[in-house]
Every structure is written in structure tokens, then in C-alpha cells.
Design a protein around this ligand. Structure first.
Ligand code: PEP
Length: 253
């Protein structure tokens, strides 16, 4: 399976900056060795169309959105629909990123609703899961990942396995490693990814073949080692994806 390398730009870059980074990425991708990589870019909403103009047509490169509201249209002030995102060129969405869970207080049941809704609308979903430091230190890693996987996937188990394999990716991102510079150690990544695969194996008709990405302070210097670990099918990158050169080094790791 091709390794998946995803960029989450969070609330960074105006349209001109996003376009410039996308253009640098596009030329770097042409020069590099991306044939065994799938690259995903999640810009802020207003930059999606710009980024899609540059990267949208490239084989193996996908453009997505960091958020959406699970309704067709209507009285949801400040929200954005999947139809609007599709119109701008997005075909994937992030669901359950730790900042949505812990800063914006999105619940497991709302995230389950979003996951089901996006897949029904033919969008791909990167469902993010991960424990806080307090949860890890109090021995609740397994409980937290079990709850996030069981509840997050509760609405999609009736869908066809081939659709889920094509359109659903899990990202394990320990909250204590996101944006902190503290990458999880090899032992922690191996343990958590093995657990995630085991839990996925118990969902529906065995979803252990879904790709599982690692996220949390990924940098060019640690990308190759992380990609070499068992059950790590790719990387979700925040800070180190903002500069095209650094993200290209991760893609080519
Ligand atoms: C993220 O935003 O998903 C993330 C992992 O951020 P960072 O790489 O900056 O830790």
C-alpha cells in the first residue's frame, strides 16, 4: 500500500500564501519520488480553491477540508457544507482532530454523525483519535482509543467494506505530541498502532485493513523512522507541513 502523507495547515496561510506553498509543492513533487506516496493537503477553507487549482489534477494528490457541518444547507450560521467544499475542490475531510475535540468540544456522537454523513456524501474521511497526557498517565490509553474507535465508527459499520477501505483513514495522534515538539517514542507508536489495528479488526466485517496514520510533531528528521514502524501506513503533519521544503522532505523520507 502507498504511504499516505497528509498536511494539516490548520488556521494558517491566506490565499496567496497557500497558492505559493502549493506551487512549490507541485514542482517539488514533479522532481521527487512521490510514486509510492499519496499526498493529501488540508488548507483553511478560503484557500481550498487556490490549492485545488494547483494540486487538484495531479495523480496521487488529494485536497481536503479541515471541517464541515453535517447538513445539506440551511440555518447553521458560520458553518460550511460538503457541497460548498466539493465546489471548491475538496474531496476529503478531517474529523475528530484533537483541536476539534478539545478546543471546540465536539463529542464522540457528533463526530460519529459527521463521519457517517461525509462518507454518505462520497467524501473521504480521516478520522483522528488519540489520548491526552492525563489519560495516558492514568492508564486509560486502551479505554480512550476503544471508545473513540467504537463510537466514531458506529454509524458506518453497515457500509460496504470496499467503500470504507477506499474512503476511510484513521489517524492516531496522541494529543500530548501535537504541536509540542514531543514525538511519541517508537515503543509508544508501535503499541498504540497495534492496538488501533486490533480494535479495527473487531469493527463490523474486520476493518483492520484501513490505513492508520501517525500524527504528532512529525518532522523531516523523524519521518523515515516513523514510516518504517509496523502498522504505520502514513503520517499526518501539522507544523512541519507549512513550509513546502520541509513537507517535501517528509514525503520523500
Ligand atoms: C496535527 O495538526 O494533526 C499535528 C499532528 O500537528 P503537529 O505536526 O504540528 O504536531
Amino acid at each position: 500500500m502507498k504511504k499516505i502523507i497528509a498536511a494539516n495547515w490548520k488556521m494558517n496561510k491566506n490565499r496567496a500564501q497557500a497558492r505559493a506553498t502549493a506551487e512549490e509543492l507541485a514542482s517539488g513533487l514533479s522532481a521527487g519520488k512521490p510514486a509510492d506516496r499519496t499526498v493529501m493537503v488540508f488548507p483553511p477553507f478560503l484557500a481550498i480553491a487556490e490549492v485545488n487549482t494547483v494540486l487538484g489534477g495531479r495523480a496521487g494528490t488529494l485536497v481536503g477540508a479541515q471541517n464541515f457541518y453535517p447538513a445539506e444547507s440551511g440555518a447553521y450560521t458560520g458553518e460550511i457544507s460538503l457541497a460548498m467544499l466539493a465546489d471548491a475542490g475538496a474531496s476529503w475531510v478531517l474529523v475528530g482532530h484533537s483541536e476539534r475535540r478539545h478546543v471546540l468540544h465536539e463529542s464522540d456522537s457528533f463526530l460519529a454523525q459527521k463521519t457517517q454523513y461525509a462518507l454518505r456524501q462520497q467524501f473521504g474521511v480521516v478520522l483522528c483519535i488519540g489520548e491526552t497526557l492525563e489519560e495516558r498517565e492514568s492508564g486509560r490509553l486502551s479505554d480512550v482509543l476503544t471508545r473513540q474507535i467504537e463510537q466514531g465508527l458506529s454509524g458506518v459499520l453497515g457500509m460496504s467494506k470496499s467503500l470504507l477501505q477506499e474512503k476511510l483513514i484513521i489517524a492516531y495522534e496522541p494529543v500530548w505530541a501535537i504541536g509540542t515538539g514531543k514525538v511519541a517514542g517508537e515503543k509508544e507508536v508501535l503499541e498504540a498502532h497495534a492496538l488501533v489495528k486490533e480494535l479495527l479488526g473487531k469493527q463490523g466485517d474486520d476493518l483492520s485493513s484501513l490505513p492508520v496514520l501517525y500524527g504528532g510533531s512529525v518532522k523531516p528528521a523523524n519521518a523515515q523512522a516513523l514510516l518504517g514502524l509496523a502498522n504505520v501506513d502514513g503520517l499526518l503533519v501539522g507544523g512541519a507541513s507549512l513550509e513546502a521544503k520541509s513537507f517535501l522532505n517528509i514525503i520523500n523520507a
